[in-house]
Design a protein. Structure first.
Length: 349
């Protein structure tokens, strides 16, 4: 490290740095790996490497698939340091070089720690890139999402979610028609009973939730009114009673996002809801309440999930009272009947 700080050029330097890079991945000691990364970073950033730069970068990128988790995490740490330190010009040149192997970690690595770190590193990469470079990476994701291979589709929708987390990506994602791609695919995979699609369904819903959180105006966008109607009517409404609780939970959270458009108080306005709800609100709210009540009777209901359901039901009740929604006599049941049948909600009042 002392030699590198002084920028000395010695014949043995290349061999020494190769050993240092090996230590950064293969050492069993956390401190040694950290020191090795620090030393190699100084060399990469401060020395005029020219074409040799790619060789040094390739070493860490290739070790994102190293056999041991500690080595893969160290490689991710190094890639993170490089992305945060390289000039914007160099980073633009190497954006795809970093993006593809980092993306593969998201679907191929068994370690949750590695997947989470890869997510953060990809987010950092996207944040540091200029708009044209972001567009290129997003276009690649759209291409993967249009593929027939489930693994590529899953990778693409996870990356859509990462893009949604990056500030100022709303316009970019809108121009790439990401919502349309997600809704079309979700409608397709949610129709059948193929259990292999469950993970795809969940990730499409979760990414949609991320997009709505990042840009609430998307919920009422006129540009995407057709897609939104399909999303709520043909996808989320049917998936609310899905076999897996994590799919039902994210559907419930999506309804919570929808209801946040207009709090049920003096300022409540039905016109803030999508057009298809405005037209059919007399049936839509009671039908949704029935479906939500069915969820309360499920055996795998966690406290946080039940809270989401109750909040949505209370909101629906208030809206139905405010809008004077017509309901038939079957709606008025006792608490015991509600618990047994799981299809009404008056006892919540």
């Amino acid at each position: 490290k002392a030699i590198l700080v002084q920028r000395r050029q010695v014949p043995e330097l290349d061999g020494m740095l190769k050993q240092v890079s090996e230590l950064a991945i293969k050492s069993e000691l956390t401190g040694v790996r950290a020191q090795a990364r620090s030393v190699h970073t100084i060399y990469i950033l401060d020395y005029p490497l020219g074409r040799k730069l790619k060789t040094h970068l390739e070493f860490y990128v290739s070790n994102l698939q190293y056999a041991h988790e500690t080595g893969r995490l160290s490689a991710l740490e190094m890639v993170s340091m490089l992305i945060s330190s390289l000039t914007k010009t160099l980073l633009a040149d190497y954006a795809g070089f970093f993006f593809l192997p980092l993306s593969l970690v998201l679907v191929n690595d068994e370690s949750l720690k590695c997947r989470r770190m890869a997510t953060q590193v990809i987010k950092m990469l996207i944040n540091k890139l200029k708009e044209p470079n972001r567009e290129q990476l997003l276009a690649l994701c759209v291409k993967w999402h249009s593929d027939s291979k489930q693994q590529l589709i899953l990778l693409a929708v996870i990356l859509f979610g990462i893009f949604a987390d990056v500030e100022a990506s709303e316009i970019l994602m809108s121009s790439a028609n990401v919502l349309k791609h997600i809704v079309d695919k979700l409608k397709c995979i949610s129709c059948g009973d193929d259990e292999d699609n469950d993970m795809l369904i969940y990730n499409h819903l979760f990414t949609t939730l991320k997009m709505f959180k990042a840009s609430p105006s998307l919920l009422t966008s006129r540009k995407w009114s057709k897609e939104l109607s399909t999303l709520w009517s043909d996808c989320i409404e049917n998936l609310l009673t899905h076999n897996h609780s994590w799919v039902r939970r994210v559907c419930t959270q999506l309804y919570g996002m929808l209801f946040s458009l207009s709090p049920c108080n003096e300022a409540f306005q039905l016109k803030k809801f999508p057009k298809f709800i405005q037209i059919n609100y007399q049936n839509w709210f009671p039908n949704l309440s029935t479906r939500l009540c069915q969820l309360i009777t499920t055996d795998d209901l966690r406290d946080d999930f039940s809270e989401d359901i109750i909040k949505n039901l209370i909101y629906i009740i208030k809206v139905m009272v405010k809008l004077d929604v017509n309901i038939d006599d079957s709606f008025y049941l006792s608490k015991d009947e509600v618990v047994n049948k799981g299809n009404q909600l008056v006892w919540l009042t």
